[in-house]
Design a protein around this ligand. Structure first.
Ligand code: GAR
Length: 195
């Protein structure tokens, strides 16, 4: 089977993107990272992708003002030009419209730094500590119109330790993210997970 062509959408550091690029470097992996797109020109992940020989593009959302759909049409045109099969959101910090999500139904994944359905939204590690949970983690799911709510593909649990800070907990969760995102993308690319 031909490899699935994947675009990774980022807004920042790009460590999850890097874990996907690493996995896709394996001959037997069913997907290739054909494109990395950032909505921010200064995202550190862009340089990281380029240094690994991956094509990158910037679609700066600030150029589109409040017109979310115009931003997304530009994104959609770019994804079509690169004949993208699957989209992976990896620290992509823009909410997407129902229109765009509909274009990619069952073909767009997101990674979230919590055990969904717990702690949707931002500041998940601070909130997990404040809630006193003993187990926290990460989730990869299909993107649906409602934020952080689509069908779950993979989850990884990590313990919360007594002396954790948001930073130490984030680092433990991030390791788990880097493990499960490539696995979840493999499942979807091999059509072993469906929304
Ligand atoms: C990751 O922890 C990811 O789960 C989170 O942002 C971080 C991005 O790091 N995503 C969200 O919070 C989505 N709402 P990275 O740029 O190093 O992959």
């Amino acid at each position: 089977m031909a490899k699935q062509r994947v675009a990774v959408l980022i807004s920042g550091r790009g460590s999850n993107m890097a874990s996907l690029i690493d996995a896709a470097g394996d001959d037997g992996y069913p997907a290739e990272i054909a494109l990395v797109v950032s909505n921010r020109p200064d995202a550190a992940g862009l340089e990281r992708a380029r240094s690994q020989g991956i094509k990158t593009a910037v679609i700066d959302h600030t150029q589109y003002g409040k017109d979310r759909e115009a931003f997304e049409r530009a994104l959609q045109d770019m994804l079509s030009a690169y004949r993208i099969d699957l989209v992976c959101l990896a620290g992509f910090m823009r909410l997407l419209t129902t229109w765009f999500v509909g274009q990619w139904q069952g073909r767009m994944l997101n990674i979230h730094p919590a055990l969904l359905p717990a702690f949707k939204g931002l500041h998940t590690h601070e909130r997990a500590l404040a809630a006193g949970v003993k187990t926290h983690g990460a989730t990869v799911h299909f993107v649906s119109p409602e934020m952080d709510s689509g069908p779950i593909i993979a989850r990884a649990e990590v313990p919360v330790l007594a002396d954790d800070t948001p930073e130490t907990l984030a680092a433990r969760v991030l390791e788990a993210e880097h493990r499960i995102y490539p696995q979840a993308l493999r499942q979807v690319a091999e059509e072993r997970a469906r929304s």
